[in-house]
Design a protein. Structure first.
Length: 318
């Protein structure tokens, strides 16, 4: 199979038929063999009913219905697990991504041998102050932190080789950082393509300013995981050594000063240096404990399902 189109969605019943017809037209005109995987992430409207209808009419349509709203990352993970195409295309279900971009994205993977190609919505139709400016700041911080030189980490329109999606673990809210996850997994041939952005046709945006706050917090998380995820003791142990050394230095100073210079002076416990030494040595010990616990958890953790599937459509049983 040439292409798997993976579409996570939440309450997009108004756009699904139009999106399906548009994708199918592009695929058929380019003679691609394909599948369209809709992942219903706990919609409360008639999205799943629409997907069932499409699946009955078109055997290329497949559906996954999560038991509840688990989040976009979990929806993508479920779609990636089922995708069979040589190239996997992800796009949003709100018609803001243009299916006409699919052939060129496919060619970049198959002919130019990229591992991953991310869309760049260079010209956007979002509100400049509520989305564009925070997005630019967010993308700048992501580039500096991760070393992945992309202009638009948030673009949902991306293309992957099948090998990439089968070897990365998308969890939590890390869908924004799939290129970083791919780089950390060893897939370094990452490209970018300018794509057309379209204004939303139906409904209202489901993302507010909190998306960018969460994005920056996730950026800190993925930076930590990238640098110290497999060796937490290297970070916490180093901090523990520094803090303990500071406390030990103050303790040594107080002991020498008391023993040789201020034998009849005030008590050590009345001096502020005593509390600095005590606090830093305790904090240093806690950092050590955190490092040890991190190492223990890392070595004893077991894989656990992060989402539950309620229904599936048109998938062959293995």
């Amino acid at each position: 199979m040439d292409i798997s189109v993976v579409i996570p969605l939440l309450n997009e019943q108004e756009s699904l038929i139009e999106l399906h017809d548009w994708i199918a037209k592009v695929m058929q005109s380019n003679r691609f063999s394909y599948e369209i995987i809709f992942i219903d992430d706990g919609s409360t409207d008639a999205s799943w009913t629409t997907i069932e209808t499409l699946a009955q009419q078109d055997p290329n349509v497949k559906g996954i219905r999560l038991l509840k709203n688990f989040g976009k990352s979990q929806a993508l993970h479920a779609g990636f697990a089922k995708a069979e195409g040589d190239v996997v295309i992800t796009m949003d279900g709100d018609l803001q991504d243009n299916p006409e971009e699919i052939p060129s994205l496919y060619n970049k993977i198959m002919q130019e041998h990229f591992d991953l190609v991310s869309g760049w919505k260079k010209k956007r139709y979002d509100n400049k102050f509520t989305k564009n400016l925070p997005s630019k700041l967010f993308n700048w911080a992501a580039r500096k932190t991760s070393g992945v030189k992309l202009n638009d980490f948030n673009c949902g329109l991306k293309a992957y080789s099948n090998t990439v999606v089968k070897n990365i673990d998308v969890n939590g809210e890390m869908h924004r950082y799939i290129p970083v996850l791919a780089k950390n997994a060893g897939f370094t041939n990452i490209g970018e393509q300018v794509v057309q952005h379209q204004a939303g046709k139906y409904g209202e945006t489901k993302f507010g300013m909190e998306r960018f706050i969460n994005g920056f917090l996730d950026l800190i998380t993925i930076w930590f995981i990238s640098r110290f995820g497999k060796r937490p003791m290297h970070l916490f142990g180093a901090l523990g050594v520094i803090m303990f050394a500071i406390g030990f230095a103050f303790s040594t100073y107080l002991g020498i000063d008391k023993a040789f210079f201020h034998q009849s002076g005030r008590l050590i416990t009345q001096r502020p240096q005593f509390y600095i030494a005590l606090a830093t040595m305790i904090i240093g010990s806690q950092f050590f404990i955190a490092g040890f616990l991190g190492e223990i958890i890392l070595r004893s953790r077991q894989d656990k399902k992060r989402y539950l599937i309620k229904d599936e459509l048109n998938f062959s049983s293995n």
